[in-house]
Design a protein around this ligand. Structure first.
Ligand code: SAM
Length: 217
């Protein structure tokens, strides 16, 4: 019953503040037709990404975990006119899907999708980035944290999704590499000399989870 009220309020909030344009609606339809996993951010979470990117006047954004480009379209829409979104995706089929998403959203020329394992792509990237959004495999979040510290400008914003995992992060089971990755990431982030950070616990359409926010010193 608790979940129902959280979901209903989330739907209410998204209805007021998270309305999707034609490109995002079409992206969802294509994703359903193509059978993409339904693990993209919610509309309201997309709006939060968009607002945070706008707030810092982001010109260069790095995303790890593109999937079909849903969060990428929200982030891309927040870019300055001369801005760029670089987004990393393991699965070449998802990367191709996202290419179409970005083109249809009118941000094709501002987006670079690098297919393959993120750690390999990261090694080829140079900063500075204004914003880094982690939303890929959680077991490598600690490695992505080190790369974010290297690539973000001072004052840049690090965001990391799915760091609460229904509370599993409190006491990760040995056979839960994702919760273990999130726990290790939060421990390292909290002690990291180059970041000031907090976690927002979230409930709603995506269940019970959380978003870490950190500023690069
Ligand atoms: N950010 C997307 C959105 O909200 O629309 C959702 C991303 S989805 C939760 C996670 C993505 O990370 C998947 O598409 C998966 O293929 C990708 N991924 C998993 N392991 C990866 C890796 N080692 N390198 C790059 N991408 C990876």
């Amino acid at each position: 019953a608790d979940n129902q009220i959280f979901e209903a309020v989330d739907q209410f909030i998204d209805g007021l503040f998270g309305s999707e344009d034609q490109a995002l609606i079409r992206l969802r339809q294509r994703a359903a037709e193509a059978g993409l996993p339904h693990i993209e951010v919610s509309a309201g979470q997309g709006k939060l990404l968009y607002l945070l990117a706008k707030l810092i006047g982001a010109r260069r954004i790095l995303e790890i975990g593109t999937l079909g480009g849903y969060s990428g379209v929200w982030l891309g829409r927040a870019l300055q006119a001369d801005g760029e979104l670089v987004t990393l995706e393991l699965d070449p089929a998802y990367a191709a899907f996202a290419r179409t998403s970005f083109n249809e959203a009118g941000i094709g020329s501002q987006t670079l999708i690098l297919p393959g394992p993120a750690l390999a792509s990261l090694a080829s990237l140079t900063g500075p980035f204004d914003l880094v959004f982690l939303d890929a495999n959680k077991d490598e979040y600690p490695e992505y944290l080190a790369e974010a510290a290297r690539l973000l400008r001072p004052g840049g914003l690090l965001l990391a999704d799915n760091v609460v995992r229904k509370g599993a992060v409190l006491d990760p089971l040995a056979d839960d590499p994702l919760a273990k990755g999130a726990a290790r990431f939060l421990a390292e982030l909290s002690a990291h000399p180059q970041f000031e950070a907090i976690v927002l616990q979230q409930v709603g359409l995506k269940g019970h989870d959380g978003l870490a926010l950190a500023i690069r010193r």
